[in-house]
Design a protein. Structure first.
Length: 117
């Protein structure tokens, strides 16, 4: 079996690049934290008639996120909750990405070794 050329190695490295799990976790966590704060802030800055509820659907997140409510204090309390949830999601995405690419690259190597393509 011949070794792949440097060009083919570069292509394989680009196609099957590993995702940095920590960086993906921090990026997704930050995005979710800022997103939750931003959505809450937009709701709070809207003009609402007195006696009307503000964001009842978003307020339901308070059942799942400790300390969160559709208020300025709740928006601040939602920052760490959003970060943790986003970081877990980013971790899961990165691990699945790396696992999928590892399996694909391993099957490619096995197929090349068996069939000599």
């Amino acid at each position: 079996m011949k070794d792949p050329s440097p060009r083919n190695r570069a292509v394989l490295s680009a196609v099957f690049a590993k995702m940095d799990v920590l960086a993906m976790s921090v990026a997704c966590g930050s995005l979710c934290a800022v997103g939750l704060f931003g959505v809450t802030a937009v709701l709070l800055l809207q003009d609402v008639a007195p006696g009307q509820p503000i964001g009842p659907r978003l307020g339901a997140l308070g059942d799942y996120l400790p300390g969160y409510s559709v208020s300025w204090a709740g928006a601040i309390a939602g920052l760490p909750n959003g970060f943790v949830l986003g970081a877990l999601l980013g971790f899961l995405i990165a691990v699945l990405w790396n696992l999928t690419h590892f399996v694909a690259l391993a099957s490619l190597a096995i197929r090349t070794a068996v069939f000599g393509d």
